[in-house]
Design a protein around this ligand. Sequence first.
Ligand code: ZN
Length: 347
Amino acid sequence: MTLRLKIVENTVFKQKPVSSSNLSAEDKHSIPRGTELELHSWDRLEEEKFYIRVSLAKENFQGKNTWYAFIPHVQVIPSIVKEVQCCSTAIVKGLDRQIIAEMNRIVPGILVSFDDLNVNLGSAVWPYLQPPAKRALERAIASAGDKMTITSAYRTIAQQQILYNHYKNRRCNIALAATPSRSNHQSGLALDTPYPTFWGRHLSQYGWRWLGPGDPVHFDYKGSGRRDIRSLSVRAFQRLWNKHNLNDKIAEDGAYGGQTARRLNNSPVEGFGIAIGEFRVLRLSQPYMQGEDVRKVQSALAKTGLSIEVDGFYGPGTVATVKQFQEQKGLTADGIVGPATLEKLAF
Ligand SMILES: [Zn+2]
């Protein structure tokens, strides 16, 4: 998972943010559309409207790895939550999916999808509600006899963090954003519709309440059977983080503070890789251990350049390669793959 720059139009990288006719040949470099470059970092000078400065992680052009790139020609593809600058929260769907799954693991069935109802959903909408709120919505839609457009429903703590970051950095015209964990949208009891006058009449008969003119598109479910699950969403993230970061565990207390905010901001937008907790401890046994976790360990070993057959069986050949790898990394070379070895394999 790395920060990348995608070239969306044929462009010229420059040593100074000026017209290329004012630059000598060694101070500019043409890059074709479709190129993707790994970035070490990027920034944008306060007074500079048209260029960002990028520092390339691997490539060198004309012996230089820092260049100005024309903003309309490039796209920075973020790797972690705090790098997200685009206004759509759809970018974080991979991580969202894991957070929602974790919530349902802690409290089975607490969030259910309502995409089976008669609804129109925007691309960034997560169609999740608590079951009683979904049932009430279903009745309201039936009584209206119309398809309902919904622009926001469930918001994960990761989405809320992005909105909050935008608000703090005055991006995306966000006038106000609740602190992650405080938003009603994190409860699975809220939705936004661009036609509140029409829908308000139907929703209000089934336990949904219009928030009012301060946020005219917003409705909350206030009927029976609802639960406040905002701290659950924080705990789900904390558990997820801990499963994937054995050396940096945080309290699973459901409270959103600086510790949690920092980890959330450093979480990959595409979601974490396979969790260490989802691996068995692998050792030589009869019959050989077999499965997807074995296969993943084998391909990770192959990527380090060691010779190994990726067949999904934990046999003597694999054990020998594991021992070699452990030796290289200064671990006890016992041929047993536990958390320490997995960690070194970068899971
Ligand atoms: Zn809302």
